[in-house]
Design a protein around this ligand. Structure first.
Ligand SMILES: CC(C)(COP(=O)(O)OP(=O)(O)OC[C@H]1O[C@@H](n2cnc3c(N)ncnc32)[C@H](O)[C@@H]1OP(=O)(O)O)[C@@H](O)C(=O)NCCC(=O)NCCS
Length: 211
């Protein structure tokens, strides 16, 4: 658990340019406080101390304004920026290096005791105030725009915005990595030559018809 907490702590510096020094982050980042509280309450939850886990999680909610059910499963490098108003339901599953902003709901749409909350794969970012509802899967490296309401699965590397959320852009893995694909760069000279070849062929055709 210590290694996971260390990665959560490091993610504050990696994903918030406003984070200046370790003491400031430890004392002032309520997102970090909520995650540390969640890691402890999840441990209690999985060791058959469910009521104590819920009570502890409620205390963290009073302190931070962030409600994470102890039954949720969350990978390392989790970062909640600002945090107030975040709600994460019991059957939510979150991969590694996921980022949430304030007011995000990862909520259920069913009252049945079954998987009813979303699954967020690795490296997903969910913008402020967005709602991700139901047992849907948000593919890895996707970005959910601030204020969106998402109710359907999203493929990896997507940008989703609006109500209901729609995919407006899909990045390639190379774009994600910032890799420049030289084999896909435009070649203006070849394009000009190809255009001339086509025009010559068309002119030859017309001359043949006139002869
Ligand atoms: C969605 C987001 C992640 C940008 O992702 P991106 O892949 O870089 O997408 P782009 O900026 O290229 O935008 C794609 C299109 O969606 C639109 N768009 C972006 N965010 C939007 C939003 N939240 N709601 C509606 N439309 C949005 C853009 O205007 C653009 O439209 P266009 O193609 O007609 O020009 C970003 O806009 C966002 O909402 N981030 C959340 C940040 C946040 O909550 N910060 C809180 C800090 S306190």
């Amino acid at each position: 658990m210590f290694k996971t907490l260390l990665e959560d702590y490091r993610s504050c510096f990696a994903r918030d340019p406003a984070a200046r020094n370790p003491i400031e982050v430890l004392v002032c980042y309520s997102g970090l406080h909520a995650i540390v509280g969640y890691r402890l309450s999840h441990w209690l939850w999985t060791h058959h101390l469910k009521l104590i886990a819920r009570l502890f999680s409620q205390c963290i909610r009073w302190m931070t304004g962030i409600e994470i059910h102890p039954g949720a499963k969350i990978g390392s490098g989790f970062f909640i920026d600002h945090g107030m108003g975040v709600v994460i339901g019991e059957t939510t599953e979150i991969g590694h290096n996921v980022t949430l902003y304030q007011g995000v709901t990862l909520g259920g749409v069913s009252w049945k005791k079954e998987k009813r909350h979303p699954t967020l794969e690795d490296e997903v970012v969910v913008g402020g105030g967005a709602m991700v509802l139901g047992p849907i899967v948000v593919g890895h490296h996707s970005r959910i725009g601030a204020g969106s309401v998402l109710v359907k699965d999203v493929p990896p590397h997507s940008t989703v915005v609006g109500v209901p959320g729609r995919v407006v852009h899909r990045r390639t893995e190379d774009e994600e990595e910032g890799v420049l694909r030289h084999d896909l760069l435009p070649d203006p000279e070849m394009a000009a030559i190809e255009s001339l070849v086509h025009r010559v062929a068309a002119l030859e055709e017309r001359i043949k018809k006139n002869e």
